[in-house]
Design a protein around this ligand. Structure first.
Ligand SMILES: CC(C)(COP(=O)(O)OP(=O)(O)OC[C@H]1O[C@@H](n2cnc3c(N)ncnc32)[C@H](O)[C@@H]1OP(=O)(O)O)[C@@H](O)C(=O)NCCC(=O)NCCS
Length: 210
């Protein structure tokens, strides 16, 4: 009789959500190695055990295949100024699936775990910035673009009805203190509030993003 284990499909990567303070040095190295593989042009940021590029996260969603990290996202609660309002958001960044595992549904699963982590952290909105090429990935998972609906060729829908620029400090590995202004690619996730409650105006991080 055949051994059932021989016919079992390979185990799916195992997800965990880990507070920053509970990560070991080995964890930081494994995450940094995976981020360097995925963001190849920025691999000098993720040297050794430096598993972040801008603001250090407070919580990680990590998927592992054995000991190898194959997917990752970082989250951190931060106050940002939106127009005239100081708003507590959860910044999401360093969202990545290892190159060999991309296109297999792992990124979608990662964002479902990010949703659970956003609930756990309890701020009313998730916030991230991303390039045009990846926005569709987030929108499929329920993230909403900020900006002018007339500029939104994909859905014709946007949250604010007017252009939104975000201002933040560049990632420090390339030199601290440089202000970057980004006119597009801002997306929010409704956690404890609806998009209608998002204040009007530009976003000022007053620091680095995750
Ligand atoms: C972006 C990334 C995380 C997506 O992970 P992935 O495992 O390849 O994505 P999945 O296979 O789980 O795809 C989930 C869904 O998003 C869609 N999708 C994936 N990448 C997309 C993209 N770039 N644009 C639009 N849709 C995309 C898939 O078609 C799929 O849709 P479906 O559910 O309707 O079938 C991964 O490609 C990656 O790490 N890229 C390099 C790093 C990066 O750009 N990170 C984002 C920085 S902000």
């Amino acid at each position: 009789m055949p051994d059932a284990a021989q016919h079992a499909s390979p185990a799916a990567p195992a997800f965990s959500t880990v507070a920053e303070g509970d990560l070991t040095l080995d964890d930081h190295e494994a995450i940094a190695a995976m981020l360097a593989r995925t963001f190849e042009a920025y691999d000098h940021w993720y040297a050794g055990a430096r598993s972040w590029a801008g603001m250090q996260p407070e919580l990680r969603v990590v998927a592992r295949d054995g000991d190898v990290v194959v997917a990752h996202a970082g989250l951190r609660r931060q106050f940002v100024t939106v127009g005239e309002t100081d708003l507590l958001v959860t910044a999401v960044g360093m969202v990545a699936v290892s190159p060999t595992a991309q296109g297999t549904g792992l990124g979608g699963a990662l964002l479902r775990h990010v949703d659970a982590a956003l609930e756990r952290l309890g701020s009313r909105f998730g916030l991230l910035e991303t390039g045009e090429a990846v926005q569709g990935f987030y929108r499929r998972a329920g993230w909403l673009p900020l900006g002018d609906a007339s500029e939104d060729a994909v859905t014709g829908h946007a949250v604010t009805g007017h252009a939104v620029t975000g201002h933040y400090t560049a990632f420090s590995a390339d030199g601290a203190g440089v202000l970057v202004s980004q006119d597009e690619g801002w997306l929010i996730r409704e956690v404890g509030a609806t998009a209608a409650e998002w204040p009007a105006g530009d976003i000022r991080w007053n620091g680095q993003m995750v």
